[in-house]
Ligand binder design. Structure first.
Ligand code: AP5
Length: 216
């Protein structure tokens, strides 16, 4: 059966880094709501303009907007065989809407992977992150240094520091995670599909743990 999974965890836990590898290996699309919003922002669409102020403050974009985005994305051809959701759902109403949507199309979730990383490590990871605005790949100035010319090793675009990686915004995002997203642990544990995975260690070690959790 093709992968139908969610990768969740606090900001900076390594969701994007891991989702890219896992999705590629499983030949399913990585659906990252943060990337979708950032692209809309760069293109200056009305969605992008609406999302900007929430993102810059480290707050969540309203549920109705996010549910609409996911409904449309999951309806696209490449998601029919499976998908890996990265950054969605982030609230209980989003999780309930996702369940309803997947029930309608007969594709229930197989697993929810929870990446666990202590807060001190998260702050270190986010403050050293450099991101590719084109393909979404993340680097870290110490742990995973980008090429010396400051361009993405995968696609050549110029790397940027995300506007929400400022220390005060990182704190706000962590608080939002605790308040709005952590309740999803109980929601998915009750469904019996939550798999917690230690997110510390080398990227490849974490990938191996996630793959093992998917096989369980
Ligand atoms: P989003 O883009 O989803 O941000 P996030 O959840 O805060 O997660 P990040 O992208 O910051 O981190 P990550 O876990 O992907 O870590 P990464 O792999 O980059 O969302 C941004 C905003 O959009 C939200 O704040 C909200 O406003 C809005 N939004 C998005 N979805 C929404 C939704 N569903 N509802 C409402 N609003 C929504 O890694 C981080 C760093 O660590 C990198 O530098 C990386 O190189 C490094 N690293 C990775 N793995 C390791 C490792 N094993 N060891 C050492 N360093 C590592």
């Amino acid at each position: 059966m093709r992968m139908r999974a969610v990768l969740m965890g606090p900001p900076g836990a390594g969701k994007g880094t891991q989702a890219q590898v896992l999705a590629q290996g499983a030949q399913v699309p990585q659906i990252a709501t943060g990337d979708i919003l950032r692209r809309a922002r760069e293109e200056g669409t009305s969605l992008g303009r609406r999302a900007q102020s929430f993102m810059d403050r480290g707050e969540l974009v309203p549920d109705d907007v996010m549910i609409g985005i996911i409904e449309e994305r999951l309806g696209q051809e490449d998601a029919q065989g499976g998908f890996l959701l990265d950054g969605f759902p982030r609230t209980v109403p989003q999780a309930e809407a996702l369940d309803r949507l997947l029930a309608q199309i007969g594709m229930p979730l197989g697993a929810v992977l929870l990446l666990e990383v202590p807060e001190d490590d998260i702050v270190r990871r986010l403050s050293g992150r450099r991101t590719c605005p084109s393909c979404g790949r993340s680097y870290h100035v110490e742990n995973d240094p980008p090429p010396a010319d400051g361009r993405c090793g995968s696609c050549g675009a110029e790397l940027v520091t995300r506007t929400d990686d400022r220390p005060e915004t990182i704190r706000a995002r962590l608080e939002v995670y605790r308040r709005s997203t952590e309740p999803l642990k109980a929601y998915y544990a009750q469904q019996g599909i939550l798999r917690a995975v230690d997110g510390l260690g080398k990227v490849e070690e974490v990938t191996a743990r996630l793959r093992a959790a998917l096989r369980d």
